[in-house]
Each structure stands twice: as C-alpha cells, then as structure tokens.
Design a protein around this ligand. Structure first.
Ligand SMILES: [Zn+2]
Length: 290
C-alpha cells in the first residue's frame, strides 16, 4: 500500500499523486462525456449486464485486463498486476431508477447532470474510469499492493449488496484484496473510514382480515404493519433522526411496501398472496449502523 508519513495533504504532494491530480483536471471533459454515456446504458438492479459489458469495453481500451466474474461484477487490473495482493477501488453498477430512453440523461442549463442514476452511481463509475485513465498512478508500481478495479452488480434495493458480499467472501479474488476504496455518489465532503453496516430485511405480515364488514375484528395485515412501523420508530427515537443503540449510531428506514388489491379485500402480494392459504403483505426495512 502507498504510505506517506504526512497524511492526506502530504500524500497529495507526492510526485505521482500530484501529477494524477493535475491530470484529473485535464481529463475533465473526457470524464464528463463518459459519465453521461454510461448513464444512458440503463442498469437497474439485476439487469446490469449491458452496462457491465460497456465498462469492460472502456477498461480494455484503457489497457486493462477486464472481464466479468461469476457474479457479473466487472473486474479489471493492469497486466502486470494480475496476481495481487491488491487494493480494490470499487463502484456499483446498478441504479435504483433507470432511464426510459437515453434522452432522460441530459445536461441542465446550469451545467448539472440530470436524470436517473447520474449521481448514484454514475458519479462513482465515472470516478472509476477517471482513476483507470491515470497513467501517472502507474508510477506507484513499486508499492506493496497492486490496483484492482471493480464495478459490482446487485448493490441497491433487493440486490442487498449481495455481489459485493460475494467478492469479499466467496470469490477467488477475495483473499488477495487487502483494502477497499468505494466510490459511491458525487459527494466529496467526507470519506467514510470505518465500516458502515447495512442490513435489509423483508418483513412479511399475514392475517385473515381485510373486508371492512365481514372481516371486522379479524387481524388485518395492513393494520399490523402500520402499527409495527410506528411503534418501532417511536421506540427507537424517531425524532432524533438517528437511533442510538448499543451498536452505536444507527438509522432505520422503511422504504417499500407492497400488497393489497382493493379497499374491501384481504391484503395480498401478487404471486404470494395465496401461498398455503395465507394472505400476506410485505415491507422492506433498511438498517445502517456504525
Ligand atoms: Zn450507491
């Protein structure tokens, strides 16, 4: 790993890093162009393959050995770095929302990029390409760790970070990666330097009630879910914004509810509402803590 005794400021003055920083400025138009281009290749979670192949083409053109691993993650390294150990610079490929057409991704009148996924994680992927283009960083060849670039799939929503978990645990590369730097979104205000846990839970409620007259008094999955969410947030200090638990500072967010078919019918989730004769409703909760 590249080490400097004088911290980030000192590191930025080391010759290869200083040259790379100047090069970022010179590459700005190229990076912006690639940023818009990649965002036009839609990559909603579980459907990232087109964007993954686009990244493989770009990284190959920059001189990297780039390929998809078994999970569909893009993995790239310079030919001389084939063996590791590595520091991995990663950015997730998938987005919560995808453009319907390329025209949804555009430049605003004030020069800002507009459209689904331009920030999270178009910015991270553009950063990955910008780093890949930094030939100056190759001056760090004598360092202990090589560089491996990863554009991972399955991060958002129901992807639940699953293929980053694969990279860290099951992949043949896992043991050779000694450090991670993750590029996510456009923020440059801070670096998160300690592990931030992220767990997502699918919570399923079921109950026989649903018709406003004939089922009156029977347990209703919607009522139970609403009460559970309200009680949970009240119990954990909703007004503070952050939950302070024995694990440290945490946040909880209920972000997706599905189920239900009409005002006077028993709630159900399409495809799941009649499993074993049980009517169900589900919600997703995201829990983060550090
Ligand atoms: Zn993200």
């Amino acid at each position: 790993m590249f080490r400097s005794r004088s911290g980030v400021r000192g590191l930025s003055q080391e010759a290869p890093i200083a040259e790379a920083l100047r090069q970022f400025g010179r590459d700005r138009a190229w990076v912006n162009e690639k940023h818009l281009e990649l965002c036009r290749v839609g990559a909603p979670t579980f459907f990232e393959e087109k964007r993954a192949l686009w990244m493989v083409t770009e990284l190959t053109a920059l001189g990297y050995v780039a390929k998809l691993d078994r999970a569909g993650n893009v993995v790239a390294f310079l030919p001389e770095d084939e063996r590791g150990p590595w520091v991995a610079v990663t950015a997730h490929l998938d987005t919560v929302l995808a453009p319907r057409t390329g025209d949804d991704i555009r430049l605003g009148p004030d020069g800002r990029f507009l459209g689904p996924g331009v920030a999270d994680n178009g910015a991270g992927l553009a950063g990955l390409l910008a780093i890949a283009r930094q030939h100056a960083l190759r001056g760090l060849r004598d360092q202990k760790l090589g560089l491996i670039l990863v554009a991972n799939v399955g991060e958002e929503g129901e992807g639940n970070l699953s293929w980053m978990r694969y990279l860290c645990r099951q992949s043949a590369l896992a043991e050779q990666i000694e450090a991670f730097l993750v590029l996510d979104g456009p923020g440059v205000e801070h670096l998160t330097t300690q592990a931030l846990g992220s767990r997502r839970f699918e919570v399923v409620f079921s109950g026989p009630g649903g018709h406003s007259w004939s089922d009156a008094g029977n347990p209703n999955a919607v009522h139970a879910m609403a009460k559970t969410i309200a009680d949970f947030l009240d119990c954990h200090g909703r007004r503070a914004g952050f939950l302070h638990t024995r694990y440290g500072r945490s946040t909880a967010n209920f972000s997706l509810i599905d189920g239900g078919t009409s005002i006077n019918s028993i709630p159900g989730v399409p495809g799941r509402n009649w499993i074993c004769g049980v009517r169900v409703l589900r919600c997703w909760m995201s829990w983060r803590s550090c």
